[in-house]
Design a protein around this ligand. Structure first.
Ligand SMILES: N=CN[C@@H](CCC(=O)O)C(=O)O
Ligand SMILES: [Zn+2]
Length: 413
């Protein structure tokens, strides 16, 4: 099957030479080709260039995209889209003055979602999760990471991971799974944290390895949740089973989670709303991708990751949604890109780089997606007619997507 996209007003994020990720000043550059063509063969990008060089070979379909732009789909490297029900009651509680921490201390928060999930059948949970996955694909996400962490029992954590596996099997976008058993301490273990961590290590990790249920391991390293020592012990245990760390750190407090992640060669350290100079220093010249989650800052009214400071210090940065029922009930990468520009002062070039190639790197998919490069999967966004790509973040609260193509084929819910 060959599809030729012709007369593309601007083909965005063109990388003839593949890049793994971009850092510091490199992020200011977003290579494009104006008046371009793109050829897709059997779901893979086979060729692209200026219209003058458009091949005249036989194709199955020609799509004229005059006036419209194309870019690689968004790469959302941090989500929790497998969850049961919602937490709009807590949203109202926060409006009325309670803090996120106070709600969690009163038995709400993650434990509230865990209770709901434990009571939900695997089939029902799959149906709820699939709706969210389709919703974000329609919003331009073409590769996604999904975490467990709302189960908090052996049975419920495995139920979540098996659902992620089923989503992987049933959808054509790349999906990576992360084991986040150490997301919160279940009430049953309130006075015995070590026993809960041991349960994760002894009873869940071996099953994950046997059934190949996860690629990555995560922990919520935060005051009131899990300490740096807990983080080190869980990452060590995960490493024995080949699980690479991608961890929640520095959301409310900087307690050394960034350093622990770097020491364990984490693929990413995520949240980073609170960053000390030493945290920025620790990330320099490492392979660990810092990931910012601006929709979470927006929804909880907490600080935004200091992107400007980090990029000006030469660090890379990826952007992701954090789609979850508590801190970010939105999986809209278009909003994330806009908010990064508006609130974090990232340029449109930096934000698009952070939401595509750097997001791909943050889930180990940089060879497969995240740029217009020959050999990569043709997961693409075709925009509505727009004048410049800056209109994408400018038109916040809206999106400029006309059509989605997955493996080169038009995708509709
Ligand atoms: N911070 C930890 N976990 C999620 C939120 C969990 C929840 O409130 O349900 C996050 O990434 O924001
Ligand atoms: Zn998260």
């Amino acid at each position: 099957m060959r599809t030729l996209f012709k007369n593309i007003k601007e083909l965005i994020q063109v990388r003839e030479q593949p890049v793994s990720f971009l850092a510091g000043a490199e992020m200011k550059l977003l290579p494009t080709i104006k008046n371009a063509f793109l050829l897709v063969e059997n779901g893979i990008i086979a060729d692209f260039g200026k219209m003058e060089k458009c091949p005249t070979i036989l194709v199955d379909e020609i799509i004229d995209t005059t006036g419209k732009m194309m870019l690689p789909s968004w790469c959302d490297s941090h989500t929790h889209i497998v969850y049961a029900g919602n937490r709009e009651g807590e949203f109202v509680d926060r409006i009325n003055g309670l803090s996120y921490e106070e709600i969690a201390t009163n038995g709400g928060g993650i434990l509230n979602s865990a209770k709901k999930l434990q009571e939900t059948s695997e089939e029902d949970l799959y149906q709820q999760s699939k709706i969210r996955l389709e919703e974000v694909i329609q919003l331009g996400t073409g590769a996604i990471e999904i975490k467990s962490g709302y189960g908090l029992t052996v049975e419920a954590e495995l139920k979540m991971l098996r659902i992620i596996k089923r989503l992987k099997e049933n959808y054509s976008i790349p999906i990576k799974a992360t084991f986040l058993g150490a997301h919160a301490l279940p009430s049953k273990y309130k006075n015995n944290k070590q026993a809960y961590l041991q349960l994760l290590v002894d009873e869940i990790l071996p099953v994950i390895a046997k059934e190949k249920l996860a690629d990555y391991i995560d922990i919520f390293c935060e005051t009131g949740y899990f300490t740096v020592a807990d983080t080190e012990s869980i990452l060590k245990a995960g490493k024995k089973y080949g699980l690479i760390p991608k961890i929640h750190v520095n959301q409310f407090n900087a307690i050394g989670g960034v350093q622990a992640g770097v020491n364990f060669n984490a693929l990413s350290v995520d949240h980073l709303e609170v960053m000390r100079n030493e945290d920025i220093e620790a990330l320099k010249n490492t392979n660990t991708m810092p990931v910012a989650l601006p929709s979470c800052s927006y929804f909880l009214s907490i600080p935004y990751t200091p992107a400007r400071k980090m990029l000006d210090a030469g660090l890379p940065l990826a952007l992701a949604t954090d789609y979850n029922p508590g801190s970010t009930p939105s999986g809209n990468m278009n909003f994330v890109v806009s908010t990064a520009c508006i609130k974090m002062k990232m340029t449109p070039e930096e934000a698009i780089n952070a939401a595509t190639i750097n997001g791909a790197y943050a889930m180990g998919l940089e060879k497969k997606v995240g740029s217009i490069t020959i050999g990569k999967q043709a997961n693409l966004i075709l925009t509505k007619p727009i004048n410049s790509y800056s209109f994408i973040p400018y038109s916040f609260g809206n999106h400029q997507i006309e059509k989605i193509y997955l493996k080169g084929e038009y995708w509709k819910r």
